[in-house]
Structures are given as structure tokens and as C-alpha cells.
Design a protein around this ligand. Structure first.
Ligand SMILES: [Zn+2]
Length: 130
């Protein structure tokens, strides 16, 4: 049985981080489906089917590209969460703005009244209350 499984999986992609994420996502969707009866169950089934399709796939280059895409998205989400945690921890000491011209995020110490801000990225000047 083990040998048959090994032979069946030879040349196939198998599991990766994206696959683990999909399996967890399917589980969460199943639980949501049981709690809410709103079709999450079918979505979870589709996600699970996709994760099996990837595991059994022989197109390894494409599956690797999907996994790379997943890591990029995952890291972007984690970076954003870390940034929001830091902002929340420093919320009494700093105010956060975006440059109206280039959207660069800027941090200004609180409690200094109206301040003129020079964007370090594009050189735009604007006034905000700190
Ligand atoms: Zn700017």
C-alpha cells in the first residue's frame, strides 16, 4: 500500500506551504458552512479539491510559481500587520499621514500644533495638525 502510494505520487507535485494554507482555508470554510449554512461548505469543498489537484499535478513549474506567488502575498500581509501593530503601539506618540501627492506614509510626533511637513520622497509641502 505504501509502495503503491509512493509510485502513484512519483513525478507529482505533492504538498507545499500554499497547499497547507489551502487545507486550513478549506477547514475554516467547512466550519463556517456548518455554523452559518451559507454555502461556505461548497466553497471549502472547491478549495480542498484545488489543493488536491495541486498535490497530484505533474506541472511542477506552474505549482512552484503559485507557491512563490503565495509567499509574496503572505509576506506582504505579514509586513502590513506588523506595520499596523507598530502604529497602534506608538499611537500616543505619533500621528501618521500620507503625502497627498505621492501617497508616501509619514510619521509626525504628536502635540506640536500645526506643522509644515516636507515629504522626504517627493519634496511636496503640506500642513497638518500634529
Ligand atoms: Zn510625497
Amino acid at each position: 500500500m505504501r509502495e503503491r502510494l509512493r509510485r502513484f505520487m512519483a513525478g507529482r507535485y505533492g504538498s507545499d506551504a500554499f497547499g497547507h494554507f489551502l487545507a486550513w482555508a478549506a477547514l475554516v470554510l467547512f466550519v463556517l458552512g456548518m455554523l452559518s449554512r451559507r454555502g461556505f461548505y461548497w466553497l471549502g469543498l472547491a478549495v480542498l479539491a484545488y489543493s488536491y489537484y495541486r498535490m497530484l499535478s505533474r506541472d511542477i513549474a506552474r505549482r512552484r510559481a503559485e507557491n512563490d506567488w503565495y509567499w509574496q502575498k503572505r509576506n506582504a500581509v505579514l509586513r502590513r500587520a506588523q506595520q499596523l501593530r507598530r502604529r497602534f503601539a506608538l499611537r500616543r506618540s505619533y500621528r501618521y499621514f500620507r503625502c497627498p501627492q505621492c501617497r508616501q506614509a509619514l510619521r509626525i510626533p504628536r502635540g506640536r500644533g500645526k506643522v509644515s511637513i516636507d515629504c522626504p520622497k517627493c519634496g511636496n509641502h503640506f500642513v497638518r495638525k500634529s
